[in-house]
Design a protein around this ligand. Structure first.
Ligand code: DCP
Ligand code: MG
Length: 463
């Protein structure tokens, strides 16, 4: 293990909810819950003000509403969160080539590899500057952990929450870990935790005292060894730079052209399953399903379909590939078929809302791009005007949907840098009211260059 605390772990505070508060002045300091608003929706995240009432991620929305009836309930705006995540990741990449994102709002950075820090003092300075830069560029707060290993850096950022920085001095790791519950260690989920509890092991110290042989006996060889090392604060895992893979695909070339349409369908299904297997092996999921068809005359077609959120469900990929195949003429024969998944995510947060077959669309949070449906008469108001999404009114300007139903939509007119705004109600088909794109959270000062947000306290363009 290295001797200086130069591994940084960043985790943004109440990420989705903080973005919503930054873009909606009337919600600052208030309980905000972001998640699926349908009958089977779950909480994606809650602002710290809402957590006081016991609302937390993955809780059924109905339960959240009972606990915090006065909170603002909003549908996620993934495209906006993604764009802010990119700004944050950009700041991390300026520190080091070794940045390992774990989710939209979380990443490890090897400060030493980038020359950004080499000892305790420089690491603390780099962490403090990063927090100031994130604030300047995005208007949001993130918590930073610094340590000599990934495991401890992540524990440190958890302790730093919200809006803080914790550095674990090398040499103090074991004393710090000892009294913590075993669940603190990476890889100890509910099942392993239960198993250990039944063996009388509750804390990391007890884990270390149990000894390696006992842990191997309890948990098997690989897991036992790994856990024993973690209990002694030994964690040599390197920070691995963002994966290059942008898609996972498989294809087959056939010796003899396939003419039979049923056989083509079977092959596509098989390829979809193989592709999902590879996706899962890599711990990935993806949003865009791609079908590739090379015909007898070497003409090659690709067709793609983008889902609401990433999936690694074989049934979903199979069905999408089959739909794509329907739109391709294969008379004359097929020499090659391929199925791919792109738009990859190596995290699961959006999967909570995954489009597992059979989940009614209303239970799913609306992806921003898809959330502006064609203005058809039969579109229910709740779909056309999802709570929290942006609107623009010919007279009142920019605002957001506070609620809709019974032929009415209520909007609050405010922008990220305005005072809290006023509420007005319209008929859902009022032509003066239109869906709009989100505004940048931090507006640029006149004359300031884009990307000049590096210095603490400066403000910069946010998109
Ligand atoms: N998320 C989600 N479903 C979950 C957990 C998280 O959709 N079960 C989303 C919403 C969060 C974001 O991912 O805003 C980041 O997850 P975190 O676990 O880091 O939670 P927060 O950033 O919301 O809060 P904290 O301050 O505890 O990090
Ligand atoms: Mg977070």
């Amino acid at each position: 293990m290295r001797s200086a605390p130069t591994i940084l772990h960043l985790d943004m505070d109440a990420f989705f909810a903080s973005v919503e508060q930054a873009s909606k002045p009337s919600l600052r300091g208030k309980a905000v819950v972001v998640g699926g608003l349908g009958p089977r929706g779950v909480v994606a995240t809650a602002s710290y003000e809402a957590r006081v009432f016991g609302v937390h991620s993955a809780m059924p929305m109905a339960q959240a509403r009972r606990r915090a009836p006065n909170a603002a309930y909003l549908v996620p705006r993934f495209a906006l969160y993604r764009s802010i995540s990119e700004q944050v990741m950009g700041l991390l990449r300026a520190l080091s080539p070794l940045v390992e994102p774990l989710s939209l709002d979380e990443a490890f950075v090897d400060l030493e590899a980038g020359g950004a820090a080499w000892d305790e003092r420089s690491a603390r300075l780099a962490g403090a500057k990063l927090r100031a830069d994130i604030r300047a560029v995005t208007g949001l707060t993130g918590s930073v952990g610094l340590a000599a290993s990934k495991m401890l850096a992540k524990i440190a950022s958890e302790q730093a929450k919200p809006d803080g920085l914790v550095l674990i001095e090398p040499g103090t790791e074991r004393a710090l870990l000892g009294p913590l519950p075993v669940r603190t260690l990476p890889g100890v989920g509910p099942a392993t935790g239960d198993h250990l509890r039944r063996a009388g092991i509750h804390t990391v110290d007890e884990l270390a005292e149990a000894g390696e042989d006992e842990l191997v006996r309890l948990l098997g060889k690989a897991h036992g060894h790994a856990l024993f090392a973690m209990a002694l604060a030994r964690d040599e895992r390197p920070v691995v730079a963002e994966r290059e893979t942008k898609s996972v695909s498989v294809e087959d070339t056939y010796d003899v052209d396939i003419h039979d349409r049923v056989r083509v369908g079977t092959e596509v299904r098989r390829l979809a399953d193989r592709c999902v297997r590879r996706l899962r092996e890599a711990g990935l999921s993806g949003r865009t399903i791609v079908l590739k068809v090379r015909r007898y005359d070497f003409s090659t077609l690709t067709r793609s379909e983008t889902l609401r959120g990433p999936t690694d469900d074989p049934a979903v990929v199979r069905e999408a590939a089959a739909r794509l195949l329907d739109s391709v003429d294969t008379t004359g024969g097929v020499r090659l078929l391929g199925v791919g998944v792109s738009g990859l995510a190596d995290y699961t947060q959006e999967d909570l809302f995954a489009q597992a077959a059979g989940v009614p669309a209303d239970d799913l949070p609306h992806e921003e791009a898809e959330a502006a449906p064609a203005p058809e008469q039969e579109t229910p108001a709740e779909r056309r005007w999802p709570a929290g999404h942006d609107v623009r009114h010919a007279v009142y300007g920019h605002g957001w949907v506070q609620g809709s139903g019974l032929g009415r939509v209520t909007a609050r007119f405010e922008t990220p840098d305005s005072e809290p705004g006023r509420v007005k109600t319209f008929r859902v088909d009022d032509p003066a009211l239109q869906p709009a794109d989100p505004l940048p959270l931090v507006s640029r000062r006149p004359g300031e260059d884009e990307g000049a947000g590096a210095g603490g306290g400066t403000r910069a363009e946010s998109r």
